[in-house]
Design a binder for this molecule. Sequence first.
Ligand code: SAM
Ligand code: SF4
Length: 526
Amino acid sequence: MNEQQRVDQAQVKQVGKKFVKQEDNINRIKNTSSEEMIAKYFQTSYEPQAPDIKKARKRRKEDIQFHYDFAIPEDIEKIGKGKKFLIRTYGCQMNEHDTEVMAGILIEMGYEFTADTNEADIILLNTCAIRENAENKVFGEIGHLKPLKLEKPDLIIGVCGCMSQEESVVDRILKKHQHIDLIFGTHNIHRLPQLLKEALFGKEMIVEVWSKEGDIIENLPKARKGKIKAWVNIMYGCDKFCTYCIVPMTRGKERSRKPEDIIQEVRHLAAQGYQEVTLLGQNVNAYGKDFEDISYGLGDLMDDINKIDIPRVRFTTSHPRDFDDYLIEVLAKGGNLLDHIHLPVQSGSSEVLKKMNRKYTREEYLNLVKKIRKAIPNVTLTTDIIVGFPNETEEQFEETMTLMEEVGFEAAYTYIYSPREGTPAARKVDDVPEEVKKQRLHRLNALVNKQSAESMKKYKDKVVKVLVEGESKKNPDVLAGYTEKNKLVNFRGPKSSIGKIVEVEITEAKTWSLDGIIVENMVEVK
Ligand code: SAM
Ligand code: SF4
């Protein structure tokens, strides 16, 4: 699936998704030379830290601290009254959920959400570092915001998320984008109130990027997008160290939330009427591996959540290596555990997988698929694939194409490999020309589209259960929602069905979506 297809697929318009400084800055921009600023920050608040895989690998044994005492300091509690904020989010579901937390904090401080850049008193860019084009987009946006800052000196512009964990990014902002007021890292989100205060009342760019991780802050406020589906973090960080990936450096070591905290959050969401939760982690199958006092993994957690009265439970993202038999056994129980598994494979070639440090072979992946299909015969599998990993041969790419067919993936997020500073793969000399990589992506996408279209055809004239999320973005008279297997369905039906699970008869199957009509005498299906 390419960027455009992803945009098209996410065509549900969110109904009611509102989350519910000073002349000094401009003088600073005009008067301070970048050298002065850099010297100052490197001496004081910012400790340079390029993504360093050796350092990152040593961190596993550090203690994990749990904090339940988050509070907004009294002196800034209502500092945002009468003011507005906007957070622009790039990247994965983790970032989307971090945005919900930051929005929650800002709302507690009295700020209101706005979607209008011109109206905002605070603009935060919650960034993604996974590929170079994601970073380029952010730098583009940083540039676009400069005239606004010059026009509105009181505006606070902040950069946070994964990019701010990279030394080169912070350097570049310090040197070239002095209209930015605030930079903070993925481990500093809970410090937003204090950082904001410093940015509001100080005269300098505030930079706080902790390399220290290992803490879990439990009671952060959250302003969730909508009241139908919710994200729930079950763990943070990643210790897999795939050779192409920056995440272990930007998100820190693997650390799991306590089961009781997760279960309480899911119960609370169920009580509030949420219809679906997605359990989040970079590598959810490693959940619980860091517990020292209990033996409790993702299978145990899913089994406990299966007993909660919430209609739909998903989880993402799975790593094939840690997908154990007990988890398969639990998922086979069904109920609210849906029979759609997103299982990133990355490549169909065992040689490439080895170079990627994925810790499984093509054969092991296929065996896992066999086991899952045996236990859950109707399962839908989707995946992530990288093409053009350094020195990938034509034969190795062909192995990805055949694996795609052999597994019968119904959708895939496909990417051209993007070198990331500090990762082992980025140091490799690469003999694959960019044009060849693009052609491979094109061929792979054609196959992905074909398989998706075929999987959609099965639903023609069938009745499916759809969780109705809102009006279709393209046509407000049409409603849109997702099936249990995450297929987008557009259909005509009463607006009163928004937020409910209803039965829809499919009249037309397209490549990435289904059209249908609501079944007469609609009853809410649980
Ligand atoms: N933890 C998940 C896993 O192991 O599959 C994936 C997390 S990552 C945010 C999402 C996807 O981005 C990965 O599955 C991979 O396909 C892709 N990705 C990560 N690093 C990449 C890179 N350097 N170039 C291209 N794609 C990349
Ligand atoms: Fe990145 Fe996922 Fe590999 Fe972790 S498991 S290093 S997040 S691709």
